[in-house]
Design a protein around this ligand. Structure first.
Ligand code: SR1
Length: 342
């Protein structure tokens, strides 16, 4: 089998015919199954790990996985979906994106009998299973910890960009928490999603902190936002009076969380490699004609700075050893689907 990462939507695949998977249903028994993974964002640890998990599961299944990189470009993502259709993909996994720019091209794929799986983009189609990390739970875990650490009266900064399904779902919980705790005041809202999310968000956070020196807590429910906020706090020399609560985790994030004086005190996260593997399994099961639930959830866990320091966790692999459930998900599996090795 081969993994083809498309450096541009115009580059053609050089795939190798994959061998069949003994005991699997058709067409996996004969091999040569093609799946396309089309991302909207590729930069950043979360998306790299998600793709690596998808690759690992594809390899275990003998699938020829074509990966189209995301460049936060809706027109390019549309083009890539059409290209995947033309390349003969039997399923397409769409990882993030803007629903309004995708629905017609996704419908063209469905009309040709191609299976579609959506991760973190609401395509609102009963034929398309939706994979998510339980974003409500992600936000609840982080915000419960924020209240545990800081009480229910503080001035908060909030990093958010509307229009991304996971961030919108996390925002629903933030709104609920503020409504239930009148002492929690959102003093400033900021954030950028781009190929330079962390540094752009850092520039915004600096301006926010200068204008609002009473902010003591930041809810930054995306690790690139949290990195930006941490960078801004360090540049302004205010790390000691700030606490950051985030989502997502990676080896680089762990290092930033545990370093001396880090204001990044907790994050709630899944293992993104597991989410990538689950997305490929959902596609594979559909290709095999098996039923897949409409909503597929990978549950997150809360990880605090104290837990990481106390257990001397330095990498994602260390974390997985401490929390075995972090590296597995029983979502959308079958006896014929081999486990992915991350
Ligand atoms: C811009 S959306 C970023 C989020 O997508 C994934 O759900 C990750 O958890 C990340 O926080």
């Amino acid at each position: 089998m081969a993994f083809t990462v498309f450096s541009s939507p115009l580059v053609l695949s050089q795939s190798v015919a994959a061998a069949g998977l003994a005991g699997a249903p058709a067409p996996f028994d004969k091999g040569g199954v093609k799946i396309a993974l089309i991302s909207y964002i590729s930069a950043g640890d979360f998306f790299q790990a998600y793709q690596a998990g998808a690759q690992a599961q594809a390899k275990a299944l003998g699938v020829d996985l074509r990966i189209f990189p995301g460049r936060q470009n809706a027109a390019e993502q549309r083009e890539q979906i059409l290209q995947a259709v033309n390349l003969g993909a039997q399923a397409i996994v769409i990882d993030h994106g803007l629903p309004e720019s995708l629905s017609d091209v996704v419908q063209q794929a469905l009309d040709k009998g191609i299976k579609v799986v959506a991760f973190d983009v609401n395509l609102n189609n009963p034929k398309i299973p939706q994979v998510e990390q339980s974003d409500h739970k992600l936000a609840e875990l982080a915000l419960d910890q924020a209240i545990k650490d800081n009480g229910n009266s503080f001035k908060a900064g909030y990093a958010y960009v509307a229009g991304f399904a996971p961030l919108d779902r996390r925002n629903e919980i933030w709104d609920k928490v503020k409504a239930a705790n009148s002492g929690i005041v959102e003093t400033a809202r900021f954030g950028t999603v781009s190929d330079t999310t962390a540094t752009s968000t850092a520039d915004q956070a600096k301006a926010v902190f200068r204008a609002n020196p009473d902010i003591s807590v930041v809810f930054a429910p995306y690790d690139e936002f949290a990195r930006g906020v941490k960078l801004a706090a360090a540049d302004l020399g205010i790390s000691a009076k700030l606490k950051i609560y985030s989502a997502d985790i990676s080896t680089a994030d762990i290092q930033e969380i545990v370093e001396d004086g880090s204001p990044w005190v907790a994050t709630s996260a899944t293992n993104p490699a597991v989410v990538g593997a689950v997305s490929i399994r959902a596609a594979a099961l559909q290709i095999a004609g098996e039923t897949v639930p409409h909503q597929i959830i990978v549950d997150p866990v809360l990880v605090t700075q104290k837990q990481l320091r106390d257990a001397n966790v330095k990498t994602i692999e260390d974390l997985a050893k401490k929390i075995p459930s972090f590296s597995t998900s029983s979502a959308v599996t079958a006896s014929w689907i081999p486990s992915a090795a991350f």
